[in-house]
Design a protein around this ligand. Structure first.
Ligand code: IMP
Ligand code: MG
Length: 480
């Protein structure tokens, strides 16, 4: 790929000029992204800035990428190609298959093949990244890489200057309350855990989000709404940003005059920033919102007896997709029989199989646990079809002592399958009695009693869309 020496020079000249122009940061970064992408003959580019907590990467400029791709939310800097923030240049040949990519399914849907990422370093410290995207799989030359590192150097100076500029913006004619957030204008100086909230309802909302393991940022960004000449005369700072949903949330009190004012600001915001997803919520609304995304029964403060959500719906889905990718890769070109034990595995099995890109068949067994006649487990429902000579993947919801799995595996191997492996969503390793090698593990969990996503306590809780820890006292008391 890439350009000639002349084209690198011309591009750098243009980018330098842009960086020194009077345009706003976003416009400058969009233009730099365009110029960089064109120069290395790529289809897209974006410039990402690390927030002050050094956790999230937020897009400050982009070119050639669809709204959908940009809207998948800030990237988690620790999960998405973390080597770049370590100061390294990272090349991904196939973004749809690489474990280092945080949203490979989005990359696939967007037709993105290769990604090249370079760090934006300021005094040796990573401030952000430039990423280059191509639709066709490709390689980049050393000249391309060194060109992009030069662009990154320009961005480092640009971003530092913008940051200084934000501090000067204190003089902006914004209301006193907003001065603090005015510093955050355009630049995400987000704090994940503020020491204080402006209003108790915000704190309550944050606790709610924590309970459901939904990531959030508090007042991460201010949006200028009105200008007097070059100066920002009015800004709007939404209370929360939920990266998983790519959604800004503004909470409202019930005072009607405030709601009217907020509605006006919301309308202006939507006009000026149509790409932004924002919702104005009162308490009833946010309970509904969480319910819509599958978080907990509506109307009850929390799920009865569940103290803590261990894995949210989104976290489970992400993990299940990653497992399915590995399994599809390992069994490529083969036919697979998935065997599950009823009933706990239903949610996991249903989600897992939908993401397998293999021909699969399904079979189920049911067992009953009883004691008294010397046997621990009894098969009450056996397989429908023969597994002799077949590749079998035993799918389990949870492996605890390992007794069940041990018994079932012995039964399955007696039918001489071609291969027999185990995939479990949860591994409660601390309580293991029988050591069975587990080939695919979703999450290793602590020694707690878990419910939800198929798992029950006395037949209940299976329908929760998340995995939660049941209050230990409930189990000791033997009921609710
Ligand atoms: P094991 O035989 O001890 O490995 O566990 C077998 C079965 O016990 C699992 O398939 C589950 O049905 C059930 N089980 C174990 N731990 C839990 C839990 O924390 N919550 C719900 N069911 C569990
Ligand atoms: Mg089970």
């Amino acid at each position: 790929m890439g350009g000639s020496r002349g084209s690198y020079y011309l591009a750098l000249k243009q980018i330098n000029k842009l960086a020194n122009s009077a345009f706003g940061l976003r416009k400058i970064c969009n233009s730099i992204a365009k110029s960089a992408a064109k120069t290395v003959a790529a289809n897209g580019c974006r410039i990402l800035l690390l927030d002050t907590q050094k956790e999230y990467l937020i897009t400050v400029g982009a070119h050639g990428l669809s709204d959908l791709y940009l809207r998948k939310g800030p990237l988690d800097g620790r999960k998405s190609l973390p080597d770049i923030l370590e100061g390294r240049v990272v090349f991904i040949a196939d973004a749809t298959k690489d474990e280092r990519v945080q949203h490979p399914e989005v990359a696939q849907a967007q037709g993105i093949s290769s990604i090249l990422g370079v760090p934006i370093l300021n005094k040796g410290e990573a401030k952000g990244e430039i990423r280059i995207y191509t639709r066709e799989p490709c390689q980049f030359s050393d000249a391309d890489k060194s060109f992009l590192l030069s662009v990154a150097d320009i961005c480092a100076v640009l971003l530092e200057r913008a940051e200084l500029y934000q501090l000067v913006e204190k003089d902006y004619k914004v209301s006193k309350k907003r001065i603090k957030s005015a510093q955050a204008s355009q630049l995400p100086t987000a704090s994940l855990r503020p020491t204080s909230f402006a209003h108790p309802s915000e704190e309550e909302f944050a606790k709610w989000l924590d309970f459901y393991r939904m990531e959030w940022l508090y007042e991460p960004r201010s949006f200028p709404l009105q200008w007097k000449g070059d100066e920002v005369a009015e800004m709007f700072t939404p209370d929360f940003y939920l990266p998983e949903l790519d959604l800004y949330v503004e909470l409202t009190t019930l005072k009607q005059n405030l709601i009217t004012e907020k509605n006006r600001k919301m309308r202006q915001l939507k006009e000026l920033y149509p790409e932004i997803n924002i919702r104005l919520l009162n308490k009833g609304d946010y309970l509904q919102l969480l319910a819509k995304y599958g978080y907990g029964p509506l109307g009850e403060a929390k799920v009865k007896g569940v103290d803590q959500v261990l894995y949210s719906h989104t976290q489970i889905q992400r993990r299940v997709r990653a497992l399915a990718r590995r399994i599809s890769h390992d069994y490529a070109g083969q036919q697979l029989v998935l065997v599950g034990i009823l009933k706990g595995v239903v949610c996991f099995m249903a989600d897992l199989m939908q993401h397998l890109s293999l021909p699969v068949t399904l079979d189920f067994m049911a067992i009953s646990y009883y004691s008294g006649d010397g046997q621990a487990v009894k098969i009450t429902r056996d397989l429908d079809s023969s597994i002799t000579g077949q590749h079998v993947l035993m799918v389990e919801d949870i492996v605890d002592t390992g007794m069940t799995l041990n018994y079932v595996l012995r039964h399955l191997s007696s039918h001489n399958p071609a291969s027999l492996r185990v995939c479990t969503l949860l591994d409660k390793r601390a309580r293991r009695l029988v050591n069975i090698p587990l080939d695919y593990i979703g999450f290793e969990i602590p020694d707690e009693f878990i419910v939800g996503y198929g798992l029950d306590y006395k037949g209940e809780y299976r329908n929760l869309p998340f995995i939660g820890i049941l209050h230990p006292e409930l189990i000791r008391e033997g009921g609710l």
